[in-house]
Write a protein that binds this ligand. Structure first.
Ligand code: SIN
Length: 503
């Protein structure tokens, strides 16, 4: 690889990164969009099912729902921006620019006052991201670099000048007038997650190591209904986590599916007046409790036309040998990080010329818990804002960091073994419920792990090592934030006793 310069470097090719690239190009910048994904399926946006919330002419109602879900920890100014720009962003980018053909009905999901979700079947992310990438690939001002990871930010005196990029084992700086991180979430730090395994918090770790402010990392959202495998014994999450799970959209419960425990009892009415449509953190904890108490929880889809309404999900269940009529086994799974790199309403981070958008950013919209179908929307709105604000800076090459001189070799299985340890401690101590002693133990384990990884990064440079370091730094940020916050709120739920085993 050779040194490159660009006006705007965007790292990550989910919806937020694509929106930032589009807005940067529209504002006249030459944009480099670098992504470690080699296929769109490696982005969390691709897996988004439910859809994108719009206002349907009533922004106040959407605003109320976002604030209620955030459990008093959202930033009202950020929520205002989201709801006021939602409809225009969807119309301009998704409908008029990308020709996405949404289904004619509006979906309903938990904690929404009304049906207001624009969707395409239950595979909205795929239908948005594929045309977005195709559009950008043919855009004359955008260079799309696939299978290209960002390892470290290039910084000098508090300003970010781009990043070190790696492709096929070679690395070189890409100097940029401004840098937008859109690297997604942290599901790869947990055994059971609805994210692809590549979501290891790279951007959050890079920004934190460069000195950027990171906030609200304790608020990790768990989705209540991820496919749990036919039996837990068959779902060997450590060995083959990708095969273990996929999301069963909240839209399925929105249509009328019910949750039942191993005794066949519909338990949600005993936990919350809104039953299956209670806030996501409440449903997730109830599902974990009932699995722990009775052994299994299933999604009973017999009250709805599941195969007719959700053909993709019905097919995924059938492929795995599930008899849909007897109920689909479900378990909570890590789904979304509400916190991240602290940014303002333009996506500006605390370091000069660094921006962050999408799941790696903490805009303040989600507070302590995110409302369903607001993540693609937030990525779109903040992506457009940040891309425009980040265009127009001249690249200024600086001296490159010394990681360029290191050895690429890493002992076999080093990264796999460390990641397995990391995921286990995250699941056990920083999952759906936390116990203060357990959080302290997790911090100690993660610190030791980081020491072992740092010893290698002094002499070696490889993508898997940097990904592992990113995962470990991110996990530590979650653990530290959880330890510093002694108030149960939203998805940070503290208990006295040993946490429920979400498996
Ligand atoms: C879902 O379809 O249940 C997920 C929607 C979301 O997390 O926004």
């Amino acid at each position: 690889m050779t040194d490159e310069t660009t006006d705007l470097l965007v790292v990550g090719s989910g919806v937020a990164g694509c929106a930032a690239a589009l807005a940067g190009a529209r504002a006249g910048a030459e944009v480099t969009l670098a992504t470690k994904a080699s296929r769109p399926e490696e982005s969390t946006s691709y897996w988004a099912q439910g859809g994108i919330a719009v206002t349907r002419g009533d922004p106040d109602s959407l605003e109320r729902d976002v604030l209620d879900a955030g459990d008093g920890a959202s930033d009202p100014t950020a929520v205002d921006v989201l709801v006021n720009e939602a409809d225009e962003a969807v119309q301009d980018v998704l409908i008029e620019t990308l020709d996405v053909e949404f289904d004619s009905d509006y979906g309903r999901e938990a904690a929404h006052e009304e049906a207001r979700i624009r969707h395409v079947d239950a595979s909205t992310g795929k239908h948005v991201l594929v045309p977005f990438l195709e559009y950008l690939e043919s855009h004359e001002s955008v260079t799309l670099l696939e299978d290209t990871a960002a390892l470290e930010l290039c910084t000098h005196e508090g300003r970010v000048h781009g990043a070190i990029l790696e492709r096929e084992g070679e690395w070189a700086p890409c100097f940029a007038g401004a840098t937008v991180l859109a690297t997604g979430g942290i599901g790869g730090c947990y055994r059971r997650s609805t994210n692809p395994r590549t979501a290891t918090g790279d951007g959050i770790a890079m920004a934190a190591l460069a000195g950027a402010d990171v906030e609200d990392m304790e608020y990790v959202q768990f989705h209540p209904t991820a496919f749990a495998g036919k039996t837990d014994a068959e779902t060997d999450l450590d060995r083959d986590p990708d095969r273990g799970t996929f999301l069963l959209s909240e839209a399925v419960r929105g249509e009328g599916a019910l949750l039942r425990n191993a005794d066949g009892e519909r338990f949600m009415p005993g936990y919350h007046p809104d039953a299956e449509l209670a806030p996501r953190d409440v449903v997730a904890r109830a599902v974990a409790t009932e699995r722990d108490r009775t052994g299994t929880v299933v999604l009973d889809v017999t009250p709805i036309d599941f195969a007719g309404e959700f053909p993709d999900l019905a097919e995924a269940c059938t492929e795995r040998g599930v008899d849909i009529e007897s109920g689909i086994p479900v378990a909570p799974a890590e789904h979304f990080l509400c916190g991240g790199i602290d940014v303002d309403v333009e996506g500006r981070a605390s370091l000069d010329r660094l921006f962050a958008v999408g799941e790696c950013a903490r805009t303040g919209v989600h507070g302590a818990n995110r409302l369903a179908s607001t993540s693609l929307l937030e990525g779109l709105v903040w992506g457009l804002r940040a891309g425009e604000a980040a265009a127009g800076f001249e690249p200024e090459p600086i001296e490159t960091p010394d990681l360029l001189d290191r050895d690429p070799e890493l002992p076999d299985r080093f990264a796999t073994e460390k990641l397995t340890r990391l995921r286990r401690v995250m699941d056990e101590q920083l999952g759906i419920v936390r116990n203060p002693d357990g959080v302290d133990r997790a911090q100690a384990v993660l610190r030791r792990l980081k020491g072992e990884i740092d010893a290698y990064t002094r002499t070696r440079t490889s993508r898997s090592l940097y990904e592992l370091r990113g995962a470990c730094v991110t996990a530590l940020l979650v653990a530290r934030a959880a330890a510093a916050n002694d108030e149960s709120r939203g998805c940070h739920h503290l208990v006295e006793e040993t946490p429920i085993d979400a498996d």
